[in-house]
Design a protein around this ligand. Structure first.
Ligand code: ADP
Ligand code: MG
Length: 396
């Protein structure tokens, strides 16, 4: 693992610090619906303030596409942060430029401010060097704590590092350590569970864990594509026809690898996908033409639970069924309970899986819950994440 410099390695007293956070939280009628991303940044915020920094937080929110959008202003986030910290957090109406420079000049040590939505500026997503320079101008140090956006080369995640010394926040550091351990130094037996909708989204992660893990358990819509590759007729199920050849190749590769690739032996099927709708459990060779496979079945979740009980480490991305529509969250629920009760060290990632386990009140039993969706996947694929590669290395 490359050792990256973090806020623990620098003196921030009296410095103007720009901290990129991931406050891209879900809103509901103008209020923050889930503040876990805000809370995840608190350790670094508190450390910097206690260290005497003049701290400016910056994040994107939603997809305003480079222009001002009143629904996506950062005000609700400033309000929630004010509540959580018990001190007023002012929001600036600007992102970069003279307004920012003047506001920073007026700050005192230990104070903090929140910038307006970074993506109101076209230069943010374009990683425009001029915008990055204007954003960096009033600062002495850049702290990146936005792991969830680290796979994007934007002005505030990568570009500013051309103008400022750049170090990781505590959340970023923890993400890098935990996710690297899965790849570089896993406890064994290592079981990877991969679910979610598409093989095509996750092909490189599947391949990575096929070469790394001892067991790879497959569920979700992705399992349908693998079952189609095995020659089963999937009826009206969702699967990716154009990934069947790829799935066949992965099945072939698994025969020569240490890893056991495990597919469902039974499935919950329904004709109509609606809450509480009629469903049956069938083996993969008995899916009727009008039926959709929407969850792993009970025999499969029992088998997966045994693998989990016998593992020392479990890495999981993607729900095992259409968890948004109960009872098709059953497979995910049973397997998550096995992970929660088992002794294996558990690491989960993926926006939908994390939401599923939150809804089932099981995420608190997971050893490490990654805050990244796409970023976590790209990290596990072994890709370089621009928001990480710009950070200073230790001993440099
Ligand atoms: P994550 O965000 O955890 O990486 P994905 O985004 O890949 O997960 O996939 C989540 C989606 O997969 C959910 O919306 C879920 O409904 C869908 N899904 C899971 N199983 C099936 C299935 N059998 N058929 C269709 N969609 C499924
Ligand atoms: Mg998702």
């Amino acid at each position: 693992m490359v050792e990256i410099k973090s806020v623990q390695d620098v003196d921030v007293n009296g410095k103007n610090v720009l901290m990129r956070v991931d406050f891209n939280v879900p809103l509901n009628e103008g209020l923050v619906r889930d503040d876990s991303r805000i809370r995840a940044a608190l350790p670094t915020i508190e450390m910097l303030l206690n260290g005497g920094a003049r701290l400016v937080l910056a994040s994107h929110l939603g997809r305003p596409g480079g222009k001002y959008s009143p629904d996506l202003m950062m005000n609700p986030i400033a309000d929630r942060l004010t509540e959580i910290l018990g001190r007023t957090v002012h929001k600036l109406d600007t992102v970069a430029g003279t307004g920012l420079s003047e506001a920073v000049r007026r700050m005192k040590d230990g104070e903090l401010l929140l910038l307006e939505n970074l993506r109101f500026e076209k230069g943010e997503e374009e990683n425009d060097p001029d915008f990055a320079r204007r954003l960096a101008e009033p600062f002495d140090l850049f702290v990146n704590d936005a792991f969830g956006t680290a796979h994007r080369a934007h002005a505030s995640t990568a570009g500013v590092a051309s103008y400022l010394p750049a170090v990781a926040g505590l959340l970023m550091k923890k993400e890098i350590e935990e996710l690297s351990t899965c790849l570089e130094n896993p406890r064994r037996p290592l079981t990877a569970i991969l679910g979610g909708a598409k093989v095509s989204d996750k092909i490189n992660v599947i391949r990575r864990f096929l070469s790394l893990a001892d067991n790879l358990l497959v569920g979700g819509g992705m399992a349908n594509t693998f079952l189609a590759a095995e020659g089963y007729n999937l009826g009206a199920s969702f699967y990716e026809k154009n990934q069947v050849e790829e799935a066949k190749a992965l099945i072939r590769e698994s025969k020569n690898s240490r890893c056991r690739l495990v597919l469902p032996i039974d499935l919950a099927v329904t004709r109509e996908l609606a809450p509480g709708s009629y469903s049956e459990v069938v083996p993969p060779d008995q899916i009727g033409p009008e039926w959709k496979a929407v969850d792993i079945g009970p025999e499969t979740s029992a088998i997966y639970s045994v693998y989990i009980e016998e593992s020392a480490m479990v890495v999981w991305n993607g729900p095992l069924g259409v968890f948004e529509v109960p009872p098709f969250d059953n497979g995910t629920d049973v397997v998550a309970q096995a992970v929660a009760q088992g002794s294996a060290y558990s690491v989960i990632g993926g926006g939908d899986l994390v939401a599923a386990l939150e809804a089932l009140s099981l995420s608190k039993y997971i050893d490490f819950v990654s805050t990244g969706g796409g970023a976590t996947l790209e990290f596990w694929e072994g890709k370089e994440l621009p928001g990480i590669s710009v950070l200073q290395k230790k001993n440099s």
